[in-house]
Ligand binder design. Structure first.
Ligand code: THU
Length: 156
């Protein structure tokens, strides 16, 4: 029997410490969340995906009266990117969220397990690291690779 430690490192920074390109991605995620369809949770999430050619593709959470069939903002954005530009690697994703009162979440928005699995497969698909920028009101968590968010992810 043996034990193995699985560790991951994130960077924690403020908005002002981001590069101009990163600021633009974060701004886009924070703006697009207004388009969320979240009549049940009233929790609006925005995702902005950066492609290798510089383009940005967005997504928001899309809920449904049949609760489990709704989709998270991350997967809406990633599947949209995979549809409109399948040849372009995804290099980064920024995530932001607001609660029912229209204020930004204080704690950085960290993706659910299912979205982490999709982020990992997107990274593997294009063979490059996918940076994940998780925005809170005052702090932003940055993972250099989607894999850092899901050790031992499933793959075939
Ligand atoms: N949600 C996302 O869109 N992304 C996340 O990372 C976490 C949760 C959505 C799903 C649902 O519409 C709402 O937020 C509340 O869970």
């Amino acid at each position: 029997m043996r034990q193995q430690e699985l560790s991951a490192k994130i960077t924690i920074c403020g908005y002002d410490e981001l590069s101009e390109e990163e600021k633009m991605l974060v701004d886009t995620a924070r703006e697009i969340l207004r388009n969320a369809y979240a009549p049940y949770s009233h929790f609006r999430v925005g995702a902005a995906v950066r492609l290798a050619d510089g383009r940005i593709v967005t997504g928001t959470n899309q809920e449904n009266a049949s609760y489990p069939i709704g989709l998270c903002a991350e997967r809406v954005a990633l599947f949209s990117a995979g549809t409109s530009a399948p040849e372009q690697a995804v290099t980064a994703i920024a995530l932001a969220a607001e609660t029912a009162d229209g204020t930004q979440v204080v704690a950085p928005l960290t993706p659910c397990g299912a979205c982490r699995q999709v982020l990992c497969e997107t990274e593997a698909r294009y063979g490059n690291r996918l940076r994940v920028l998780m925005c809170g009101r005052d702090e932003i968590y940055i993972a250099e690779s989607a894999r850092d968010l899901l050790p031992l992810s499933f793959s075939l």
